[in-house]
Design a protein around this ligand. Sequence first.
Ligand SMILES: [Zn+2]
Ligand SMILES: [Zn+2]
Length: 229
Amino acid sequence: MRIDCHTHTRRYSSCSSLEPEELCQLALHQNLDAIVITEHHVQWQPSEISDLAGQFPQLRIYAGMEVTLREGYDVVMIGKELRDVGRRLISIAELTTALEDRRDEVFLFIAHPFRFSKRYGSRIQHVLDAVDGIEMNSVNILRAQHRRIGRRYTPDDDALYLQANRGRDLTRLYNTDAHTPNAVGTIMNEFEAPPPEDETALARLLASHQPCEMQDPELLKLCLDGYSY
Ligand SMILES: [Zn+2]
Ligand SMILES: [Zn+2]
């Protein structure tokens, strides 16, 4: 399964210019099998997901949510019924308390961990200790800083990512964080498993398997050169 676990559409993310149908069309064109729509502080309702999925039967569509924590970091949640959890600004401790009785049914990953600060202080360490995964690459990470190794684009702060992963058993994810059409399908995760049935099954897969990173170097170059956000 090729999956992008971090995407935004215009429906609930005012910072995105992507129509949901456009996101799905482009994802299929880029050979993705699945996407997770992760709007800011809003989760699509199951009926909205099935309406969209009905138009794109070859694509699995899951609903997650991205929340900005009081600590200043962004965490993406993948699971069912997250609406009430992420509606307001909360801390990582409040978030994990809210999910306490179903923690194994919700996957949490920190998005673009070093986008706004290169400090590896106690605040980010608390967040890293509480989540299940870390976003190792995305268009928004690369837009801040990157280098090319052969045809591959990689963030320019290896030491920080190494430090963040040291001593922690985090799933390392590779997403787009797409807000624009040109980002869709540039970076994705590949798992040796078919698309799971629902968000809960996806959360369990993500918690227990490491994906490989896939990039489309030509498309990624176009996307990074033609900066628009
Ligand atoms: Zn956004
Ligand atoms: Zn995002």
